[in-house]
Design a protein around this ligand. Sequence first.
Ligand code: SAH
Ligand code: F3S
Length: 484
Amino acid sequence: MTVQTFIPSRDEAASENTVHQPLNTSDLSSVKKLYIETQGCQMNEYDSHRMADLLGDSHGYILTQDPKEADILLMNTCSIREKAQEKVFSELGRWRKLKQQNPDLVIGVGGCVASQEGDNIQKRAPYVDMVFGPQTLHRLPQLLDQHEDQHKKPKKEKIKLVDISFPDIEKFDFLPEPRVEGHKAFVSIMEGCSKYCSFCVVPYTRGEEVSRPLDDVLAEIASLAERGVREVSLLGQNVNGYRGETFEGDVCTFAELLRLVAEIPGIGRIRYTTSHPLEFSEALIECYRDLPQMVSHLHLPVQSGSNDVLQAMKRNHTIDVYINKMEKLRKIRPDMHLSSDFIIGFPGETDENFAETLQFIKDLDFDHSYSFIYSKRPGTPASELEDTIPETVKKERLAQVQKIIKRSSIDKTDAMKNTIQRVLIEKVSDRDPHLLVGTADNTRYVTFVGDASWVGRFAEIEITEIKTLNLVYGELLNLEPDVA
Ligand code: SAH
Ligand code: F3S
């Protein structure tokens, strides 16, 4: 699955923004260390943070960035495409060597491959100690205790530690409060997906859509805001399918949730990912009209620009539905940056179908978007379809799509010159203490001269120079008062 951060890792600014900050472990040699490898989407990134919080609280583990010095290695896996799945076993092979050197090393596999494969993981990689799914990661401390008990037992008395059940939304009740790093935070508002697109494994690996109760979401965001968070990203496979239960037992929709989040003191910016075109409601569009905290940036996967392909994918909407909604949105927000996901070479995609996708991408004028060659996933309805498109044709089509989107992203960055951008100031530059680094609505990094005490505030910056696709320079026009 995509890592929906829109930041190529080679970018200097992005490399300053690693997810798991290395801790200074020089004086902590006796503390047990945890290494987590995260593959896939932002839901997995979120879950990995929660795993670290959990094992930190329950067993005192601290994160390390070096698998060689870890006491426990966890892999949070992705099965969205075959390539991602294969990566799991090649990486586990490397971890096996570490275990040969240190027999006490604990290896755990979580995430969507774990959910799909269950105890097959240990059949293929018997040195794996624990297998857990996306919905059971909160049981990691117990799994680890069980493992420690087992470790002392003779081999034949050992049982396999596999827990890949779907215990409804229990997960959120057992997670500690998220730790805060910086001024941006991710908050999971729902789990799973009930859309069953014909190509996709998510409904099977993460289960059906379940929304987190409204008060839990609001309390978590309020607490984050009190601790300095100014930008919140609401996470879920289909956030606009959110149906959170209220305290009174009513149902709160996604648009209603956005309005409540916008009222929380301190929250100056709201993002969300991912949403589905079908549930992109009028009420949601109106949030862009009424709530200044909503960014002028939207990632809305469409997958194809051809109605025939959309139908075969069971996306349950036509291209016109998508176009009409985006036209309405752009009427309200003419500066809206729109990004999307595309699957190329879906079984039966003809030259005409593909030409429609190309035209659609040009018409909608997408910013940074993700495109993938279709990957047949076992157990999905599309895996029954005959795949007759030659590999070379798929690759050629993918290259065409990526070329157009790249060109359009470059043009969008170039067009920022001499514009005024609202920026959340995130940090002092690693390179120069006089420079600050922030992000614009459209996810580009903005660097400008400023004072370290401004970090965590919003500012209006005039863009003066375009450095790379994702990095621009500017000058301060106005520093907003802290929104708390
Ligand atoms: N919830 C999102 C999708 C999440 S999966 C939605 O509304 O569409 C992330 C992306 O992975 C999808 O948008 C799709 O483009 C891609 N993807 C999913 N299954 C795939 C497959 N079998 N082959 C290739 N790409 C796939
Ligand atoms: Fe997958 Fe479609 Fe849901 S792409 S995550 S089944 S909306």
